[in-house]
Write a protein that binds this ligand. Structure first.
Ligand code: NAP
Length: 288
């Protein structure tokens, strides 16, 4: 049976690092502002949890409520004001955005140094080099789970399933930096199972329950299951990953769903918030 890579201890270590960096930095702690422009019950609960986590970690957190169903220009104005506000060191654009508002336009308006989600093109662009700046949280979480496996990635064959801008593609670039040999699969990949079977590292970020069955996994492979899918099991709703549970019989180690990549992704937001705070402070001191 495969070894489990649990997210909780990895997330706890990241949170400890966050506290230590905030305390070592001294002065005013990071101040993260979430820009909210819709009243969605799921995102309200998410914002509440963010506020609680920030408080626990010693960060300041605020919600900037732009008018409900705001226009793109109202949201851009709110972001511009936060970009200019010296006290704000991190900005989160809370999704969903109102209908008609283009997420990429809003994300590009955020000062890259304050982009704690790591989704601004300037930050994504740094993934092409060897020193990424602020990395998208899920991609960073995938790499932290891989590090927790204790296996060296150099020379391994890594298959990333999914090529989204903020999960699959950045994860592939980070794996290349670690000297893995990387293949990215997507919906148009011919015979995806043939790729899965030769993977030493299988990163699943497709959002398709049961996509990978145990006969598609190389014995001993590291399986990082990012997918979160709601299914009905025994009449009850449950969250599952992209891998069938039988994969655990073949893999060397794998992340469970829930309780694997998810908590690490959340912790990465706060690590990014500290990185942003450090960048903003460095820039301010250079300008003095
Ligand atoms: P996305 O934007 O919908 O992208 C999904 C990607 O998977 C696309 O590139 C798509 O290919 C590919 N794909 C879908 N079905 C496939 C199949 N049958 N075979 C091969 N490739 C397939 O999703 P995302 O935002 O990247 O998220 C991916 C999954 O991760 C979702 O389940 C999401 O809920 C989950 N997620 C989890 C966390 C976490 O912290 N655990 C964080 C973020 C996301 P095409 O490009 O060809 O369409």
């Amino acid at each position: 049976m495969a070894e489990l890579i649990k997210g909780a201890p990895i997330a706890a270590a990241i949170e400890q690092e966050v506290k230590e960096r905030v305390s070592a930095g001294g002065g005013a702690p990071p101040r993260v502002v979430a820009v909210r422009s819709t009243a969605d019950p799921a995102s309200e609960a998410y914002l509440r949890r963010q506020g609680q986590a920030a408080e626990r970690l010693g960060l300041h957190y605020a919600i900037d409520s732009v008018a409900e169903n705001a226009t793109e220009s109202q949201i851009l104005a709110a972001i511009t004001a936060l970009n200019r506000d010296a006290a704000t060191t991190g900005i989160i654009v809370q999704l969903p955005l109102p209908r008609g508002v283009r997420p990429e336009v809003v994300q590009q308006a955020v000062d890259p140094a304050k982009d704690v989600e790591g989704v601004h093109p300037a930050n994504l662009g740094t993934l092409l080099g060897d020193s990424p700046s602020i990395v998208p949280c899920t991609a960073a979480a995938i790499m932290a789970c891989l590090a927790a496996s204790g296996r060296k990635l150099a020379g391994l064959s890594a298959i990333v399933v999914g090529r989204s801008r903020i999960v699959g593609r950045p994860a592939a670039l980070l794996l290349i930096q670690q000297n893995a040999t990387v293949t990215v699969c997507h919906r148009q990949t011919a015979d995806p199972a043939a790729h899965f079977r030769r993977a030493d590292v299988l990163v699943l970020a497709a959002g398709q329950a049961g996509l990978v069955q145990k006969d598609m996994v190389k014995p001993g492979a590291i399986v990082i299951d990012v997918g979160v899918n709601e299914v009905v099991r025994d009449g009850k709703r449950a969250l599952v990953g992209d891998a069938d549970p039988g994969v655990a019989e073949v893999a060397g180690c794998f992340t469970p769903t829930p309780g694997g990549v998810g908590p690490v992704t959340v912790a990465m937001l706060w690590r990014n918030a500290v990185t942003a705070w450090e960048l903003v402070r460095r820039r301010a001191s250079r300008a003095r």
